[in-house]
Design a protein around this ligand. Structure first.
Ligand code: ZN
Length: 116
């Protein structure tokens, strides 16, 4: 496998960079939205802002789940997870605690870029 910057495979690096970009853009939208909506008719402005933030997080996690596959350490099965599972599963650096759809074992599965 060819390695790109930061020792990550090229595809993985590209997706990570896009994720960082999206996080910055979403953070900017949430912050600016918070400033505008914060002073507007409490608690209406806050609720709108909260909904906006939730949608932003959902879009981000959805993007992540669509572009990431996981590899089971037991049986080497590659699989994708739903947006909801991606959101609620424990996560550490490049691994996620998931149940393998083939062998049904719970494990720290390694993230790999989805080449589609
Ligand atoms: Zn497995």
């Amino acid at each position: 496998m060819r390695k790109g910057k930061l020792g990550m495979p090229r595809d993985r690096y590209r997706i990570e960079m896009r994720m960082v970009f999206y996080i910055i853009v979403l953070f900017a939208i949430i912050s600016i939205g918070g400033i505008f909506l914060g002073g507007y008719k409490w608690p209406f402005g806050f609720i709108v802002w909260l909904a906006l933030a939730a949608v932003a997080v959902f879009i981000l996690v959805r993007y992540h789940s669509r572009h990431t596959t996981y590899t089971c350490p037991e049986c080497n099965e590659n699989f994708r997870v739903s947006t909801l599972i991606d959101l609620i599963s424990p996560h550490k650096s490049d691994e996620k605690y998931l149940r393998c759809p083939r062998c049904s074992k719970r494990n720290w599965c390694k993230e790999t870029a989805n080449r589609k």
